[in-house]
Design a protein around this ligand. Sequence first.
Ligand SMILES: [Mg+2]
Length: 332
Amino acid sequence: MVDHRPAVVGADGSAWSLQARPSTAPSRRRHTERPEPAGNGPGGVYVGLRRPGDRETVDVNGAEGCRAARERARAELASCLRDVRAVVLDTDGVLVDSARLHAAAWKDAFDACLRAHPPDDPAQRRPFDAGEDYRRYVDGKSRLDGALAFLDSRGLRLPEGGAGEEPGVGSVRAVAAEKERRFVARLRASGARTWPGTVRLLRGLHAAAIPCAAVSASRHARELLAKADLTELFRTVVDGQDAARLGLRGKPDPALFLEAARRLEVAAAEVAVVEDALAGVEAGRRGGFGLVVGVDRTATPESARDLREHGADVVVGDLGELLNAVPGSAEG
Ligand SMILES: [Mg+2]
């Protein structure tokens, strides 16, 4: 009969099975000192933890084994993350590839507004740029703040409008409502995607027992995370609904991030913030967080520089760069 039980490799590099329980070789003693689980027979049900190339296997049963597994997972993180006790991540553009949906919905709403209210200066009548205008004026902010910032950049002074404003072009809130209507339609039509590097980092943090929170100014964050199958990797989510209920100010105010750190029960100085928006990295800096990671998915000549100038300590193009990094490679 073929023995399919996993092999265990001792500190001296020799292979031996879990059933064999050498009692004399000091280098193997760590694998034999653990009490045998009752009812599991010789060798118990130990599960070896060994990576290709490792000479030593550590069993992962019990507190010692769990601690070893966590330490190995932590060692897989980029050096800038190894000392943090929690990570708070922005949602749109960091966890879920939804920034393009937001940008496209804003373009629909703003271009309709620009056509209805052409600015006096012809140079300001150009359509909304879903790349640069989105990044500079809208990304990371609440809908109202984003609408105000962009319209102000084009010299448009519309009335703010009232709560519950219908979608349209007659007021700032109407433009914001128009964007919301367009965004929901696009989200329902296309769903939500994430990036492989994002999933690998989240799983690495989970294995290292570093709790994570997802943060968003959007009321759709939970729906986006669920559609991308990421919900279970977060201990808490702070989104636009929480912001409205708790009266939290939007980014660049750090209130959303600080609420996430409070729920994780970790001081901001020991928390890393991961953000792709200029307003978001600024919020991380204002909040006194221990590390602010900027995510630059556009890779324009200005984008990484802008993230650093607004408060990012480290800038990466993909969250996978925060794993298996050559020491120092993900440092600012
Ligand atoms: Mg974002």
